[in-house]
Design a protein around this ligand. Structure first.
Ligand code: BES
Ligand code: MN
Ligand code: ZN
Length: 503
């Protein structure tokens, strides 16, 4: 899709489709009013006859509008003119693009970027619009004989902005939006891959591919089981022991800042390419969805692509912690005691609490980078889904200002996140009779106690943990990866790079 920004009057366009807003009680926006005048009140007379009220998301497609050069006009209901919030803006754009898809339009001019959205500027509106459109057009049809998406004729969208002064920030929004939308797409594609194809080796191949594409800034190294032995990453190795597929930790190093003292931000993604639960096997209903247990790694992969595409002036290291949790005579068992890379020992009480076991060794491994901050992203606990549902990611941190930066980025992007506490008192639930700690606690507060476990391996640096068990994919009819939290982390890094255009 080709995106651009212009500042024209709607009657100047000679296009396939112009997207215009109508507010509640059939009030026309000033832009829509211009077209109404030119067309001798064609639009207002249609509205008077009750074709469209202006409620959020209502659409009306018009052809052959008198005295209008463009082929079609798509009218979209936008609710109350000065009451539109971020969420409603999203609905408005989604409905518009869905209606536009069903026309034969090759290109469209979108005037929705001129709406008043509470507390948001042009940069935000253009970038969101672009990301929402790309999201609405996404389809994973790689394994379908009849492809769904590629038949769409739509090739080009112009976002119209109120004045020519808005064009610079509009163009910046397009640059950032294209990079983030593409990060979301590659992340979703990777997550949606079936687990017989997407194993740790496949993740490593993607990581290496990034280094090929961005050879000036990215180097990738892959740590296999032999090196993990040498590093004493015995918890990580134990989880992968039951699988034929080798455990591989892919380390993607992006250098955008050559100042030697510039410390990297490290992103760690849980890359369990399939989580059967191991010997503590999961129930079979819905087990296919455990192919999504690598969405943390897919997020990191997507974000590294964004950082490189925008050539951000910072240093970022992305780690894809690839592994598969399977059953076999070589699988680790309940009762096993593992010595982690940190030297701390863990008693395995449930082989399905495997994410924390690969993450704890990865958290220790990244100490060598002397990180400015470490953020791990993981589909870690069902308890997080119980606590926050499917729309809000859980976040825990040992550092208030890092946590606040992440919450700000969440607010900017709509990639909703809620901070949960890490209380000292909860640590005793990890006590074990046979090792320094157990790998599970009781059910209450399971998202928090999982983070408490991780915090014991991340006390040498500033750290945050994002639990995306609820948010990384949709179930049921719309089953598919969401790409979350690619937008959140990309925004966090844009802000760190001094490129925050929302303020
Ligand atoms: N990958 C799962 C967490 C998960 C479950 C994510 C459902 C999304 C949906 C994780 O490895 C796991 O199995 N966690 C257990 C931990 C328990 C055994 C302490 C869980 O949440 O049930
Ligand atoms: Mn598990
Ligand atoms: Zn898991």
């Amino acid at each position: 899709m080709d995106f651009s920004v212009k500042s024209n009057s709607p009657d100047q366009y000679h296009s396939d489709c112009i997207i215009l807003s109508v507010f509640e009680q059939c009030r026309l926006s000033s832009v829509t009013e211009k077209i109404n005048k030119i067309s001798n009140s064609y639009i207002s007379s249609l509205l008077q006859s009750g074709e469209l009220e202006g409620k959020i998301g209502q659409t009306l497609l018009l052809y052959h509008i008198p005295h209008v050069l463009s082929k079609r006009i798509l009218l979209i209901g936008c609710g109350q003119e000065y009451e539109i919030d971020a969420c409603q803006y999203k609905t408005i754009l989604q409905k518009s693009i869905n209606a536009l898809k069903n026309t034969g339009s090759i290109e469209a001019i979108c005037f929705l970027t001129e709406l008043h959205v509470k507390g948001r500027n042009i940069y935000w509106k253009v970038r969101q619009a672009l990301e929402i459109i790309q999201e609405s057009l996404y389809a994973f049809d790689q394994f379908k004989t009849n492809k769904i998406a590629s038949h769409l004729p739509l090739r080009k969208i112009v976002f119209n902005v109120p004045t020519s002064c808005d064009i610079t920030s509009g163009n910046c929004a397009i640059e950032h939006g294209i990079a983030i939308a593409s990060g979301l797409k590659v992340s979703k594609d990777l997550s949606n891959m079936p687990p017989n194809i997407c194993n740790a080796n496949y993740l490593a191949a993607q990581a290496r591919q990034l280094a090929n594409t961005f050879s000036h800034y990215i180097t990738t190294s892959v740590i296999g089981e032999q090196q993990m032995q040498d590093l004493k990453m015995y918890a990580y190795l134990a989880v992968g022991a039951g699988s034929q597929n080798e455990s591989l930790m892919s380390v993607i190093e992006y250098r955008g800042n050559s100042t030697p003292s510039d410390k990297p931000i490290v992103l760690i993604g849980k890359g369990m390419t399939f989580d059967s639960g191991g010997i503590s096997i999961k129930p079979s209903a819905g087990m296919d969805e455990m192919k999504y247990d690598m969405c943390g790694a897919a997020t990191v992969y997507g974000v590294m692509g964004v950082v490189a595409a925008l050539n951000l002036p910072i240093n970022v290291i992305g780690v894809l912690a690839g592994c598969e949790n399977m059953l076999s005579s070589r699988a680790y068992r309940p009762g096993d005691v593992l010595t982690t890379m940190s030297g701390q020992t863990v008693e395995v009480l449930n082989t399905d609490a495997e994410g924390r076991l690969i993450l704890c060794d990865t958290l220790t491994y990244v100490e060598r980078f002397n990180p400015a901050a470490v953020i791990d992203i993981a589909t870690l606990t069902g308890a997080c889904v119980v606590a926050l549902g499917k729309n809000i990611s859980g976040m825990m941190s040992n550092h208030d200002s890092l946590a606040n930066e992440l919450l700000i980025a969440a607010e900017q992007t709509g990639d909703s996140t809620w901070r949960l506490p890490l209380p000292n008192e909860y640590h005793e639930q990890l006590d074990s009779n046979f090792a320094d700690m157990a790998n599970i606690t009781g059910r209450p507060g399971g998202a928090i106690t999982a983070a408490c476990f991780l915090s014991r391996f991340s006390n040498k640096y500033t750290w945050a943990h994002i639990d995306i068990a609820g948010t990384a994919w949709h179930s049921c009819k719309n089953k598919g990866a969401t790409g979350r939290p690619v937008a959140l982390l990309s925004q966090f890094l844009l802000n760190r790079a001094g490129l925050n255009k929302d303020a």
